[in-house]
Design a protein around this ligand. Structure first.
Ligand code: PLP
Length: 378
């Protein structure tokens, strides 16, 4: 069997599987993006955005992948004077650092090793050093399957009066992100993760004070222009029309399930995935205390690399999981279980993993991983 996108069990860490209703929503003849019909679509999206973010605020949808949203936020909000603190403990933290350094005048980067929790004391010390105007951090480090404990740094950020700018690309609609309780000023979501829409849109939430603090950054991604247009059910430039149609349907699906329902289902899938990984005799890559509920990152067992595991899953069972990034290429594999991922996806994936490990004589307890998944099904 080789990869067949029509029938694959698809558990990469985003883009995620897309519901047929969302796929069908895109199959529409060309629309006038300045016409009444499309304004209605944008209006519905505007009204549904608080369902995705779990908060009201100033919100925008940009045509472009998640990185476009990050660039819009950092270009418009990191200060020209004063210090910006970046916290990095994975590949996307490093990416944040690279983007922020294009726009900020003075950046202090606080790092922890990939897969380790946030260095809370170091963040606090950096904030106490003074004149910090913005703190930029990834909520869910997709690269290492780790959810950063933002609650632990939120009070320090608030005390410093800095803007709290969060990459929520694989967090929104996947793990709890209480924007108001944590005093978050900007959140970026990607359409292709917890929202289970196609890749290519970035959703941005801003607090009132962040919206007021926007300064001109990039022209195309000017958030002030996007916010002003969305309030009129419009977009400043020609939007990715089919993706907007898909996003509307994906947001309707999310509303039907409810944000709390989706978060709870994602958590149950994650708990089952972690228990099944342990039953296979495999180890999580991140510090287990901070294991993400949207992405489970697993160390490849010694002697079995990508060709024997990940590629075999794809080749022999049409199961897609993701490999490592950067220095973790060939070291880990990652299961994305967010969006509309569900129990059959886990059952097929762990059955195939059991079979592959069994063929290599590396399965400690046949059937144990499946039992763990089944035990957690509703
Ligand atoms: N930040 C995080 C946490 C991500 O998971 C990703 C993509 O996986 C990105 C940023 C980059 O987003 P995109 O590839 O949609 O531009």
């Amino acid at each position: 069997m080789t990869f067949d996108p029509e029938t694959a069990t698809f558990l990469i860490a985003g883009p995620v599987r897309i519901h047929p209703r969302v796929l069908r929503a895109m199959a529409t003849p060309s629309l006038n993006h300045r016409g009444e019909f499309f304004h209605g679509v944008v209006q519905e999206i505007r009204e549904l955005l608080p369902v995705a973010f779990g908060a009201k605020g100033r919100q925008a949808v940009l045509s472009g992948s998640g990185t476009a949203g990050l660039e819009a936020v950092y270009a418009g909000l990191v200060p020209k004077d004063g210090t910006t603190v970046v916290v990095a403990n994975g590949n996307f933290g490093d990416r944040t650092d690279a983007i922020v350094r294009r726009y900020a005048s003075h950046v202090v980067t606080v790092r922890a090793p990939w897969g380790k929790g946030l260095p809370v004391e170091e963040v606090r010390a950096a904030l106490e050093a003074g004149d910090v105007r913005a703190v930029c951090v990834v909520h869910n480090e997709t690269s290492v399957g780790l959810a950063n404990d933002l609650a632990a740094i939120a009070p320090h950020v608030r005390h410093a009066g800095a803007l709290f700018l969060v990459d929520g690309i694989s967090a929104v609609a996947g793990i709890p992100l209480p924007i108001e309780a944590w005093g978050v000023d900007a959140v970026v979501a990607g359409s292709q993760k917890g929202l289970a829409a196609p890749a290519g849109l970035a959703l941005v939430h801003l607090s009132e004070r962040a919206a007021a603090a926007l300064h001109p950054g990039t022209y195309y991604l000017d958030l002030a222009a996007h916010l002003a247009s969305l309030e009129k059910n419009d977009t400043p430039w020609t939007p990715a029309v089919p993706l907007f149609l898909a996003l509307r349907e994906a947001l309707v699906l999310l509303r039907e399930e409810g944000l709390e329902g989706r978060l709870a289902r994602t958590r149950r899938l994650a708990e089952a995935a972690r228990a099944a990984v342990a039953a296979l005799g495999l180890e999580l890559f991140p510090d287990p205390r901070f294991a993400s509920d949207t992405v489970t990152a697993v160390r490849n067992p010694s002697g079995l690399g990508d060709p024997q595991l990940r590629k075999a899953l794809e080749r022999e069972y049409n199961v897609l999981v993701q490999g490592g990034q950067g220095s973790l290429v060939g070291q880990i594999f990652r299961l994305g279980h967010m969006g509309i991922a569900d129990w059959p996806d886990l059952l097929v994936t762990f059955a195939a993993l059991e079979r592959i490990l069994g063929k290599h004589g590396r399965l400690p307890r046949p059937g144990a991983a499946m039992t763990e998944v089944v035990a957690r099904m509703p």
